[in-house]
Design a protein around this ligand. Structure first.
Ligand SMILES: [Zn+2]
Length: 72
C-alpha cells in the first residue's frame, strides 16, 4: 500500500518540473533553445519563448518568431 503511495507521489513531482522547450526556424533550421537563449542578441539563457521580444529575429536568416515551430 505505501509503495503505491510513493509511486503516485513521484509522478506528481515529475509533472511539476518545467521542461525547457525548443523552437525551430522553418526557413533555415536554426534551433532556439530556451535553456541557452540567444545571448548574442540580448536574450538571456533561460528565457521562455513567450518572453522573447516580438522584434527578435532568427540570427541566421532574419525571419520573425512567427516562422518558428515548437520542436517536440
Ligand atoms: Zn532562420
Amino acid at each position: 500500500m505505501w509503495y503505491t503511495y510513493l509511486c503516485s507521489l513521484n509522478k506528481t513531482t515529475i509533472m511539476e518540473v518545467y521542461i525547457m522547450k525548443k523552437f525551430e526556424c522553418t526557413a533555415c533550421g536554426y534551433i532556439y533553445d530556451e535553456e541557452l537563449g540567444d545571448p548574442d542578441n540580448g536574450v538571456a539563457p533561460g528565457t521562455k519563448w513567450e518572453d522573447v521580444p516580438e522584434d527578435w529575429v532568427c540570427p541566421l536568416c532574419g525571419v520573425g518568431k512567427e516562422d518558428f515551430e515548437e520542436v517536440s
